[in-house]
Design a protein around this ligand. Structure first.
Ligand code: SAH
Length: 364
């Protein structure tokens, strides 16, 4: 059986499924989910993320996390948490930098939150090689993190969480569903009536233009709430980086990518990556509702420049051969240029203190 057949069976028995359910199955179905069954990263995979582009990315994230740890007084016990660590490349870079800070690695435990067994194995192999005797734990969800201060990083994690999509019609808001057409192919449709999920639409959005699309991820809200409550209780900071927006434009941001090319979202579910743009405004508001400070509206380009990526590139290029120098220049361009990842990717920091402004963020 394929995942398309599994989904089709559910639709035949129970009627159309929500887009939320579709994304959840396409990415994380126990048997056929995209992340459950493959290694999607790198030039031979489907997409390349910032830590895979250059070691400079992970190194600057390490500098951010170390500063955040020092900011909370370099406690005897703290947890370094990564959500959705992919191949483990960034944590490998972070550990290499953290090992240079006296006393740090002996006082922190590392916690990788990863749902995919296949990726967990790859992460274990990557980190075995970093061999610095540091304690590394794996978890399926953030709720398993121990009751100690945290320093947390999530890069391209939130864009992989499922969303509900609502479309404003002449009858009001309706939910985007997935059904099957006469030819037996999966097809989008709108719910006939309001669904229970329509309650997620904030009141202020009740009147809008026809065709406007509102996207909401309860999964993203719940995790942000859990992180915020943890920081509120035990202290610490979190850094979230992703493809997304601070101001909602009511557009459809759903996309699928296979082999570095756009792919039809409903074709071959489980074979292509599905992502949506992250609503950073919602994440920031969720944190603020829990009494946590959110620093944001910062692009990845601004953040990396403020963190000193140019200086790091200059250091790496020093003594390097011409070919390596060219590579470093193309990597830095990829990470910070507005035509590439620099502007589309945004950064958000969450902390329990109003001051100082977190490293790399220049506005509250
Ligand atoms: N951070 C990595 C990988 C990003 S891909 C990088 O930048 O290269 C998204 C990652 O999140 C994958 O590791 C995927 O398996 C994981 N993931 C997605 N949904 C998850 C969930 N609900 N819980 C835990 N991990 C999840």
């Amino acid at each position: 059986m394929s995942l398309a057949e599994k989904i089709s069976k559910i639709i035949k028995n129970k009627g159309p499924i929500s887009l939320y359910k579709f994304i959840e199955m396409a990415l994380m179905d126990e048997d056929y989910g995209y992340y459950k069954s493959r290694n999607p990263f790198g030039s031979s995979g489907d997409f390349i993320t910032a830590p895979e582009v250059s070691q400079m990315f992970g190194e600057l994230i390490a500098a951010w996390l170390i500063t955040a740890w020092q900011e909370i007084g370099s406690p005897e016990k703290a947890a370094l948490v990564e959500l959705g660590p992919g191949r483990g490349t960034m944590m490998n870079d972070i550990i290499r930098v953290a090992a240079k800070v006296p006393g740090l690695l002996s006082r922190i435990s590392i916690h990788m939150v990863e749902e995919s067994e296949a990726l967990r194995d790859i992460q274990k192999r990557t980190l075995e090689k970093s061999g610095r005797g540091v304690e590394i734990n794996w978890h399926r969800s953030f709720s398993e993190i121990p009751d100690v201060p945290i320093i947390l990083i999530a890069n391209e994690f939130f864009d992989a969480l499922p969303i509900h999509q609502f479309v404003y019609t002449s009858n009001g808001w309706r939910e985007r569903m997935v059904t099957e057409n006469k030819k037996g192919e999966l097809e989008f449709c709108l719910s006939q009536e309001k669904t229970p999920a329509c309650k997620m639409i904030s009141k202020e959005f009740l009147i809008s233009e026809q065709g406007a699309v509102f996207e909401f991820s309860p999964a993203a809200k719940d995790i942000t709430k859990e992180i915020s409550l943890h920081i509120k209780t035990y202290g610490g900071s979190a850094l979230i980086i992703d493809y997304g927006y601070f101001f909602n434009e009511f557009k459809d941001s759903l996309q699928a990518v296979k082999n570095h090319k756009f792919h039809k979202v409903l074709s071959d579910p489980g074979q292509a990556d599905i992502t949506t743009h992250v609503n950073f405004e919602m994440l920031a508001e969720t944190a603020q509702e829990e009494g946590i400070y959110a620093f944001g509206d910062t692009t990845q380009g601004e953040f990396l420049l403020a963190m000193g990526i140019e200086l790091r590139a200059t250091m790496l290029a020093h003594n390097a051969k011409q070919k390596k120098r060219e590579m470093i220049i193309s990597e830095i361009k990829r990470l910070i240029s507005p035509q590439e990842m620099g502007t589309l990717f945004k950064c958000l920091a969450l902390t329990d203190k109003a001051e100082p402004t977190p490293y790399g963020f220049n506005k509250p």
